[in-house]
Write a protein that binds this ligand. Sequence first.
Ligand code: DAH
Length: 344
Amino acid sequence: MREKITKLITEVEAFAAETKDEVESFRIKYLGKKGVLADLFAEMKNIAPEMRKDFGQMVNELKVKAEDKLNGLQEVLQAAHDNAKQADLDLTLPGDPIALGSRHPISLVRAEILRIFGRIGFTVADGPEIEDDWHNFTALNFPENHPARDMQDTFFISQEGGKDSIALRTHTSSIQVRVMEKSKPPIRILAPGRVYRNEAISARAHCFFHQVEGLYIDENVSFADLKQTLLYFAQEMFGSDAKIRLRPSYFPFTEPSAEMDVSCQICKGKGCNVCKYTGWLEIMGCGMVDPNVLTNCNIDPEKYSGYAFGMGIERIAMLKYDVKDLRLYSENDVRFLRQFSSSN
Ligand code: DAH
């Protein structure tokens, strides 16, 4: 028996193969279910007990040798296969195309707004999406019982509605406060960002959207400066024949306050279903910064005045691209997104 196993070990060690089939028959012969090793293990019970340990060790040695040999042969075969594949590689073939993404319409419109105001000296400011009551409401002159503080509009994180409350910002006007608190006039900033409101999601409303806030504070800033700046913006954004009109409105943080309409670029003022046959489209709120807000931010309202405005990016994008369902902007359907290229 001993000799038989020694012979098998020599045989295994000496085995050489060139093809996959040869390697496979080696595996079946030695390591297969009915192979040499299976037979030897089955034989174990017929071996005299005092010889069994010795026998077991030898069979094991044979098993390890056979497995090592098989692994070695398989590696050699695999390497040969890989080499052959590499030889097949045609480096002159054109590469696989890489699918290029496109910029999101909201990013495109935001970049365009920042570019337009950048040309007349506005820099970009930023602020947190999780805000305290002071920056989102109190410093902006919101009366204590103002409905905008209501749970229906605001996603509170803690201390619902109170002066110590923390909430998701409901507008980017909070950034005005942050900028005024830490810088001295002249201030000329644009603050883009995401805002949140507790609203039912529909084609015309969403629980989050994007705004750009503008703020200009200096000596002798007047409503005429605001009007001219907004006319410049409207003509850059919608075309040199765009007209604007300002309607009186109310915001706690501006006095006087206005809403700005731009002439409908689709019907050129004649009336269509986009402008609901008025010839005008509302695009932003604006006004002269209320002296109370300046005082809250440690800016002397006797010396300085300023204007502010705020617009929704989705709203501008809807008008620019004629997309009427707000939900499309956040669903990330590539069939929608692919239609916008950065050259727009
Ligand atoms: N914060 C206002 C809103 O979310 C928009 C706005 C209106 C901003 C008038 C302003 C402003 O700075 O002067 O509806």
